[in-house]
Design a protein around this ligand. Structure first.
Ligand SMILES: [Fe+2]
Length: 228
């Protein structure tokens, strides 16, 4: 069985760095929604953002993050995504809405390319009402998994199989494993938005985890002292 730490890592970024990053991500997301910025819709779950749309002087903190050489060597340049999680309870308009896209699943980067995980930065409405669960499934449950190019989904909620849970809050960034079955529950009334950057498919979880645990990772970031 996998324990905490093997499934996620909470990254304690400098609060100013994280706040600037989130503010730029919010602006980028807004630009995508207003169709001022190019991004490819991924079904109902979010947007895939081309690196060219991000690497500009308009987003200096995102630019800084994406240009960290050691990070770029392990992260996938083609997988910057804004991901939505819609409310799945307390929705008076759609009480029986089927939200199978949040059922236990494994993320893919295309046919058979499974990244170990994702670097996630909370953007909107990330709190204790949104819960990411990891599942350990037995053989009979695995027979019900449906394979698609971009995801492998188990068409059941499988609550009994939950081995660990995490609520991503706005005050941190997270490295999460997406090559193990995981599902998302949103108990609030609001859509949650996170920015997710996938690990390259051939890079191990341990390698990225060790890299992100290094204290000096973002040391050369120049903080703007005018921001309180
Ligand atoms: Fe996922």
């Amino acid at each position: 069985m996998l324990s905490n730490g093997q499934l996620y890592l909470k990254l304690n970024l400098h609060p100013t760095f994280l706040a600037e990053l989130q503010s730029e991500l919010y602006r980028l997301f807004d630009g995508i929604i207003l169709k001022n910025i190019n991004a490819q819709k991924i079904d109902e779950i979010g947007f895939l953002v081309p690196i060219q749309s991000i690497l500009s002087k308009e987003y200096p903190t995102i630019y800084f993050l994406l240009n960290q050489k050691n990070l770029r060597s392990v992260m996938n340049e083609n997988f910057f995504r804004f991901l939505f999680t819609d409310p799945n309870q307390f929705d008076p308009d759609t009480p029986s809405k089927k939200l199978d896209r949040y059922y236990p699943h494994i993320d893919k980067n295309g046919p058979s390319k499974i990244p170990a995980g994702s670097l996630n930065i909370p953007v909107i409405n990330c709190d204790e009402n949104t819960i990411l669960n990891w599942h350990e499934l037995n053989e009979s449950e695995l027979k019900k998994v449906v394979h698609f190019d971009w995801v492998d989904i188990l068409y059941e909620t499988s609550e009994k199989s939950v081995v660990d849970s995490l609520s991503m809050n706005m005050d941190s960034a997270y490295l999460i494993r997406t090559d193990k079955f995981h599902s998302v529950v949103n108990q609030s009334r609001k859509k949650r938005v996170i920015f997710g950057w996938h690990i390259r498919p051939n890079i191990t979880w341990l390698k990225v985890k060790d890299l992100l645990l290094k204290k000096d990772l973002f040391q050369n970031y120049e903080f703007d002292n005018t921001i309180p």
